[in-house]
Design a binder for this molecule. Sequence first.
Ligand code: 1CP
Length: 333
Amino acid sequence: MTPIQETIINDKTTNKPIWLMRQAGRYLPEFRGIRKLNPNFINLCLNENLSSEITLQPLKRFDLDAAIIFSDILMLPYGLNQKVEFKKDFGPQLGDLNLDNISKIDEIDFLEKLHPVYKSINRVSGNDLMNNKDLIGFVGAPWTLLVYMINKHSPKKELIKDFFKDEFLINRLLLILEKFLKIHIEQQIKNGATVIQIFDSWAGLLEEKNLPNYIYIPTLNLVKYIKSLNTPVVCFPRGIKNYKNFCEIVKPDAVNIDYNVDPISICKEINIPVQGGLNPKVLLTDTENLKKQTLKYLDIFKDHPYIFNLGHGVLPETNPDMVDYLVKTVKDY
Ligand code: 1CP
């Protein structure tokens, strides 16, 4: 069994495996080199040679326990024929949403568009560097994808004024997303993903009363499906106020916490394996502080199944030497 599977399935507490969200990304000069020559981000994700190479870049430098496939949650709306572009200094920009067109897409069209992602996973999975390591497949949660598809750009702090106006559209989209997310997840597992992470990056935007419709029910459906494929599933409902309720209702195999939650109460309240928490900004400080903050999480979760990770992705301005120091600190623990 791979290190993260051991922690999640066997509740092992003696190993503290580590991987980092956005471990392949702009803080690595070798990534920036490839990115500069490939200004179209979607095409880069669809280039199986380059995307598999980028996925393995952090593993060549650091003693990490997992690779996360180099792709994006917005490959799903792309697969559904909504235009997706990544603009420099702006972020994602999506095209107009046409429900009629999206409703017409079938599984074959979708798989044809995303085929290179699965080939890349397959290729990474067979690489020698992946011996006794996990390969994290991932999707965006239905709610977070709905946010990008309707808002058409990052919501940052708020949603467009009439986001909830067209209830028919929202409900149709949620069903379509569920269908294609399942297909996307199944293909990732078939091609070698050993764990699936569901990113709900904008969970924190919803009011409590809307959580059942937009988060609990659609995410629970995916969690049940992933479990039926005998694969562990980690949920990251970033910014949600009550992680305990989320875990009790959605029942993921493990939960990633963001850096605003108190790890001590989470450790007491939640009885499933926990992942993450450390503020990625700590990697921008100095080694002494990094060590102190890293040991804080390791000490708190000493007797709890815990996968070391951050409370959000590695920031582009991070010095790779700090990442190396972090990984060594966790491995020496
Ligand atoms: O060079 C660049 O400008 C590209 C930056 C970049 C990268 C490296 C984007 C654009 N996506 C990615 C890769 C990516 N995205 C991975 C690869 C694996 C790894 O972690 O190393 C993963 C897992 C994601 C997931 C993702 N994409 C999320 C969920 C996690 C999170 O960050 O909250 C989200 C919200 C996205 C959308 C997205 N894609 C890219 C950006 C800059 C964003 C966020 C935009 C926003 O602020 O709304």
